[in-house]
Design a protein around this ligand. Structure first.
Ligand code: HEC
Length: 115
């Protein structure tokens, strides 16, 4: 069965699998009601880490895969480049980033790192 795409045409067979595999969905937040996790969330926000490591983004409303539309993702990034100063500069420009700029890495899944 072919589904109509917003732009017309027919979905490729691979697009007919609406279910998004867990491996493509990224890491979910865990133990959200644990007091230690709540305290960490509070500190993260108080220290303004969330200014760049944005706790929640949403996928766009229009996607070729309806199941992937308008979903919250907790990637903890703004996906942007920031000038992180001399201390972190490696002096190596890469595409649009100059030698002092870094893209905010997603922090999702960090909770799995051993302490
Ligand atoms: C101005 C934006 C900004 C703020 C505010 C910020 N970060 Fe970051 N963070 C970055 C960028 C950009 C990098 C990547 C730096 C690099 O690659 O050298 C980074 C890297 C990291 C990493 C390493 C991740 C990895 O995969 O290597 C951790 C952990 C982290 N930040 C945690 C925090 C915490 C905790 C706070 C608050 C205390 C914070 N950040 C505040 C932008 C920010």
């Amino acid at each position: 069965m072919h589904r109509k795409l917003p732009a017309g045409g027919r979905a490729e067979p691979s697009e007919q699998h609406h279910a998004i595999p867990a491996s493509a969905r990224g890491s979910s937040r865990r133990n959200v009601n644990d007091p230690e996790v709540k305290r960490g969330e509070q500190l993260f926000s108080q220290a303004n880490c969330s200014a760049c490591h944005v706790p929640e983004l949403r996928t766009g409303g229009k996607t070729a895969i309806p199941a992937a539309a308008d979903l919250p993702i907790h990637a903890y990034t703004d996906l942007l480049l920031h000038d992180m100063g001399e201390g972190l500069a490696d002096g190596r420009p890469e595409y649009r980033a100059d030698g002092r700029e870094w893209r905010t890495p997603p922090l999702w899944g960090s909770g799995w790192c051993p302490r």
